[in-house]
Ligand binder design. Structure first.
Ligand SMILES: [Zn+2]
Length: 341
């Protein structure tokens, strides 16, 4: 069996690892794989032993099936004893059930302030008319009318159980004590505003939500109130904070296989984005709208989530290039065009 200290990789990477039951990483750390009905077919959430209780990191979707699986495991495997819930970021597969679990087991939600606020705003937005602003923005970016209609429903995805109004705010660099060990908080930008990663130095383990994954490139999802933010710059800068990791660090992501050597993965991701930026720059010798850039790479217009992925990708790339003064935005008759400087 491949081993790193007391971490049993074979158990963790087993292809037939079952959904909906605790899977052992080591004596104090387990994960639960939950099935998802979306482009990503699963999410992993984590259980860390905390003396005679357990800490739950991330929670699954606000859906009956996930409620059943997660509460059954907390009741039977954890003896109904949680000491806290930690959430990495505001996306529904991570925070969906946080409010419900905190209420049911009477524990505090630990989260960064920006993720909690973004979740609260997104939750309120679902009940409001904000989609019109979203749709206006897409129109200015040159997204076709038919695509906007396709996208409309995909923006109503934010279904979470109402969150607690009182939380424990996790700060950058804070040490969360669990089972007598320190888990250092590292707050990373890009995929979401202030995603919480947790590093255990004793065990050389990093729980990182969606920040680093073995094969997936994270979505850099823009927020309607700040669509011009340089998310890619924030994402790449966050790698600097993680340079203290090493080849033996085991990374535990929310999607896909756990993997070693985050330094190598960050280099791969930097190269991927670098290639993307270079090929985009070449295309922007001729001014183009974001809609034209997306149409070139995403001819399939049947899946709104795929389409949205490309919109978010090109928005992140163009914002990065504008911030670095390599591209300028030209506004013509209410439509924005991007051109190489
Ligand atoms: Zn996410």
């Amino acid at each position: 069996m491949e081993q790193n200290g007391n971490v049993y990789i074979q158990d963790l990477k087993s292809k037939d690892a079952g959904y909906g039951k605790p899977i052992k990483v080591n004596n104090t750390l387990y994960y639960i794989k939950l099935k998802m009905p979306s482009m990503l077919d699963h999410v992993q959430i984590w259980l860390i032993k905390d003396f005679d209780k357990w800490v739950l990191v991330d929670t699954g979707l606000n859906r009956h099936e996930h409620k059943e699986v997660v509460s059954e495991i907390i009741d039977n495997f954890c003896g109904g004893k949680l000491s806290k819930v930690i959430v990495t970021h505001f996306h529904v597969d991570h925070i969906g059930l946080a409010g419900w679990i905190c209420e049911k087991y009477n524990v505090e939600l630990n989260i960064t302030e920006a993720e909690w606020l973004t979740a609260m705003v997104s939750f309120l937005d679902i009940k409001s008319n904000f989609f019109n602003e979203y749709l206006d923005l897409l129109k200015h970016l040159g997204i076709r009318e038919s695509d906007i209609i396709l996208l409309k429903n995909s923006f109503k995805w934010y279904n979470i159980y109402p969150l607690p109004r009182k939380i424990k705010v996790v700060q950058e660099g804070e040490h969360l004590e669990i089972n007598g060990e320190n888990w250092k908080s590292i707050i990373c930008q890009g995929h979401s505003p202030a995603q919480l990663c947790l590093f255990n130095q004793n065990q050389n383990l990093l729980i990182c939500g969606d920040h680093l994954m073995s094969h997936l490139v994270p979505v850099l999802g823009f927020l309607i109130y700040k669509p011009e933010t340089d998310l890619l710059g924030g994402y790449l800068r966050s790698f600097e904070k993680l340079q203290f990791l090493n080849a033996n660090t085991l990374v535990l992501p929310a999607h896909g296989d756990p993997f070693f050597d985050p330094i190598n993965r960050m280099q791969e991701l930097s190269l991927i984005f670098n290639d993307e930026l270079n090929s985009l720059l070449k295309r922007l010798n001729t001014p183009q709208t974001l809609g034209e850039l997306v149409a070139y790479e995403c001819p399939d217009r049947t899946n709104p989530f795929r389409l949205r992925f490309y919109i978010e990708k090109y928005l992140a790339l163009t914002n990065y290039l504008i911030k670095n003064k390599q591209v300028r935005k030209i506004s013509q008759e209410n439509t924005h065009l991007f051109q190489k400087v």
